[in-house]
Design a protein around this ligand. Sequence first.
Ligand SMILES: Cc1cc2nc3c(=O)[nH]c(=O)nc-3n(C[C@H](O)[C@H](O)[C@H](O)COP(=O)(O)OP(=O)(O)OC[C@H]3O[C@@H](n4cnc5c(N)ncnc54)[C@H](O)[C@@H]3O)c2cc1C
Length: 417
Amino acid sequence: MRFSGWRVLREGLTGNRGWRPHWRDAAPKSEYDVVIIGGGGHGLATAYYLAKNHGIANVAVLEKGYLGGGNVGRNTTIVRANYMMPGNSEFYSHSLRLWEGLEADLNYNVMHSQRGQIVLFHSDGQRDAGARRGNAMINQGDDAELLSRADLRRMVPYLDYDNARFPIYGGLLQRRAGTARHDAVAWGYARGASERGVDIIQNCEVTGIDTKGGAVTGVQTTRGAIRARKVAIIVAGRSSQVAAMAGMRLPIESHILQAFVTEGLKPCIDHVISFGMGHFYISQSDKGGLVFGGDLDMYASYAARGNLPMVEHVMEAGMTLMPMIGKARVLRSWGGIMDMTPDGSPIIDRTHIEGLYLDAGWCYGGFKAVPGSGFSMAHLVATDRHHPPAARYRLDRFRTGRGLMDEEGTGSQHNLH
Ligand SMILES: Cc1cc2nc3c(=O)[nH]c(=O)nc-3n(C[C@H](O)[C@H](O)[C@H](O)COP(=O)(O)OP(=O)(O)OC[C@H]3O[C@@H](n4cnc5c(N)ncnc54)[C@H](O)[C@@H]3O)c2cc1C
């Protein structure tokens, strides 16, 4: 089923009777070439690129809940490529380029909106660091512009320039950054994978990973055993728990990240704005809600809900930056479990068990990575070689100390990244 303007018109005129489910609700078979554990953005994208780029379609995506119920449906949808460190820089650049062709590739409206992201500076030191980051982005082939305070006053007049606790000195703008509709990204990849023959199996929790002689042989699930030559663990906040099924102890801590949305308002914020003096960032959804979030809850937890001190912290930061936000009523808040690595950068690698692969550690930035991660992970699973943009995401860097990518410069403390 192809989507087009003509199709929408025809369905509208004929009672919308021609639409079909976007993917097959498959039942598990006893054996696959590849089993992907986790039906989030990364798992679905991996399945899609395995089928599309490598012709490997005898694949099952096993999701313990419903598709899109994890972080892929809980994030604040920011898509950007403003990383500085070698390793991250080329990976996120590749991912952003995939985003730019994604809707045409998937024939699916993921509402990718390149409205621009502005990261604010509040001191000379932050401006210097921003300029350095901007140069790194440009060297990578991406766009970056340094904005003065006067530029900002013109572009985003609603910020508090006169009485702010942390005066605004300027900002770093990436015009190609923006947002996308998160659920649609999951649905679009699911549809694309399913059309190519991948089985997407919901309500199927993996409870064990089978190995023999140092190689993976399959998984145990709540819907029976499934054999597979290759198994990929792509479960975001549950990475440590699932890897433990194969006897692995990952360098990951799980923390909660919260987000908030207000009632729908008329268009008032037309960029993504990130505060530089605290964790606060905001954009406006197409429905009009102000979508904003802050820092991690600082203690490790698997509870996918937030705590009140962080609510207070985020609201305070928002009020400091743009007092007008105080007039909006918060509609909902929610939390998601983040798989935080000690250097804040992810892992796309083989494991010590033959045929067992790991894609994890996306911290709170993994939504924008969905296309890039799926592309690189599919390449690794299919060829057993690292895809160049993701070649530095090796698991053993946490053992050897070589090749760490501490983008935030905060040292090896998971919850500070
Ligand atoms: C509040 C919040 C805001 C965020 N904002 C942004 C943002 O603006 N930009 C950005 O880039 N990133 C953001 N992120 C991070 C991003 O959402 C995640 O890094 C990314 O979605 C994680 O990858 P995923 O989509 O594959 O995860 P998930 O959607 O969580 O997928 C993993 C899946 O694995 C399944 N699973 C787990 N265990 C098992 C099992 N045993 N068997 C079978 N299935 C299993 C889970 O049910 C889940 O569906 C945010 C996250 C949160 C919570």
